[in-house]
Unconditional design. Structure first.
Lengths: 108, 115
């Protein structure tokens, strides 16, 4: 069964705008991860946030975690056409579960 | 170069035929995983292995089999019992020495099509 659920399913923005994607999950977690997938390719790890962290930054990425609401958000600032991809959140241990993803399109 | 490789990139299967997808890693990772991705969907876990000669079923193991005879290799066989095999198959690995969630490193995927 899927653990993470991303929202929205699809997002289309102009280059330079910010993109925000949300993830909700159902059970308690040790940490939560975000991955990116370009069309027809494997997934690439973006960032991991631990359950005792509330916010984490990596370059143009900002991830927040609210364990009381069982939710996380991924913010991509100053988006570029190259950010066009699907973004997934993932939770769990070795039997990690992925959501269905948010398909982000950044128009030049 | 260190990494995880999958072959072939595309694979065609005839009705009633078993096919095997290859996954190899030279990252010295203990844990390896197989996922299935249907069009526009997320990943669903088929099997995972935390150590050589041991593996566990994921959510959709029916119609699939795996082996883990070597640390570097985790081949997936799609058997004739899998009625809807057409999908994108992704292999991943992680360090695997911790019980908590770890970063997974993915291969480029194999697209399986049924003739």
């Amino acid at each position: 069964s899927q653990q993470g659920e991303e929202d929205p399913q699809a997002l289309s923005i102009q280059e330079g705008e910010n993109a925000t994607m949300n993830c909700s999950y159902k059970t308690s977690i040790n940490n939560l991860q975000w991955y990116r997938q370009n069309s027809g390719r494997g997934l690439v790890h973006l960032i991991l946030i631990r359950s005792n962290e509330r916010e984490k930054h990596s370059g143009r990425l900002r991830v927040t975690l609210d364990t009381s609401k069982k939710s996380s958000s991924l913010l991509i600032t100053a988006s570029r056409a190259a950010d066009t991809a699907s973004y997934f959140c993932a939770t769990g241990g070795n039997d990690m579960r992925f959501g269905a993803g948010t398909r982000l399109t950044v128009k030049p | 170069d260190g990494g995880i490789t999958q072959s072939p990139k595309y694979l065609f299967r005839k009705e009633g035929q078993n096919v095997t997808l290859s996954c190899e890693q030279n990252l010295n990772h203990d844990a390896m995983y197989w996922y299935r991705q249907d069009p526009g969907q997320g990943l669903r876990l088929i099997y995972y292995s935390q150590i050589v000669n041991d593996f566990q079923k994921g959510d959709i193991a029916e119609g699939y089999s795996v082996s883990r005879e070597k640390k570097e290799s985790f081949p997936l066989t799609v058997t004739s019992a899998q009625k809807h095999p057409t999908a994108f198959y992704l292999c991943a690995s992680s360090i695997g020495r911790l019980a908590i969630q770890e970063t997974q490193y993915f291969g480029p995927g194999t697209r399986l099509l049924v003739l």
